[in-house]
Design a protein around this ligand. Sequence first.
Ligand code: G4F
Length: 326
Amino acid sequence: MNKALITGITGQDGSYLTELLLDKGYEVHGLVRRQSSTKRRRLDHLFANPEIYGRRLHLHYADLDDPTTIRRILVAVEPDELYHLAGQSHVGVSFEIPESTCDTTAMGTLRLLEIIRDLPHRPRLLQTSSSEIFGRPESAPQCEATPHRPVTPYGVAKAFATDMVRVYRESFDFFACNAICYNHESPRRGESFVTRKISRGVAAIARGETDHLVLGSLDAQRDWGYAPEYVAGMWRMLQHDTPGDYVLATGRSHSLRDFLEAAFAVVGRDYEAHIQTDPRFVRPAEVHRLVGDPRKAAEHLGWKAETDLEELARIMVQHDLANPSV
Ligand code: G4F
């Protein structure tokens, strides 16, 4: 039985990846931060299954700033594959807490690489990188060779982590890959990210709980895909013969207004009647024209993003209509 270890297992991607690996027959181990609350809603359905939790799914307490504990767990578990998904993932928040963002996302990745370097049985490593590393690129779409020009603390931290993974691959013969992910969303997306904020807001408006939704800049353009497809791309990277970096993206750019239109259309409303803007949600700096070129992932891994923006908005809004409290 293949063994995988996931950092960030309780997040959107971690929970979808856990389901995918369990389906494929893996034994899955996850690192979780110690918190007073043990509620992990994205994994609840797996905890509740006695055939899975404690048998094929195991959780271990460890923080990214605690290398001794991570080393101990890696030595004990001996995973074949390590998916490094953890880190502070909110770009706007990274302007408020840049030091801890860099500590978890940049240094946390380097610490993990250093631990793996000393292991007698090195797992294959997948690091979730981000389109934020491209910042304000000169060209669109961006591919694996596009220069890194981050403009946010989060982007700088991810660029550091991405380059370190490449350096360890080239210098120490690691099987290590960067999944350069463009925005990927789902009903499990955290509530402070814009698509989920919108899908929850649309559902609340449809239920008559409020009549407006407050956002920041509506000028944003993003390449939005569906998260379960992206974790499948991550898995494919570690099954390939050789390690490398891959852009995971739809290849299509949309404006925030496009997403608003699609989400409000699900409940038969016009978004313009319900949107207010507030500078509190506008960031000190924004990335530009981020749209990915996923051709390498298609050619080498046979991976393709299938879900379009309208379908994504429909999946998210329908979920939030049916689950008002989640
Ligand atoms: O949903 P967002 O917060 O996502 P963002 O900043 O693109 O980052 C996400 O995708 C990256 C690429 O995959 C990841 F690396 C990162 O970890 C994260 O998953 O914001 C999207 C856009 C931004 O331009 C933002 O300024 O929406 C704009 N926006 C407008 N009003 C808002 C809001 N964003 C948020 N979060 N909240 C608003 O009220």
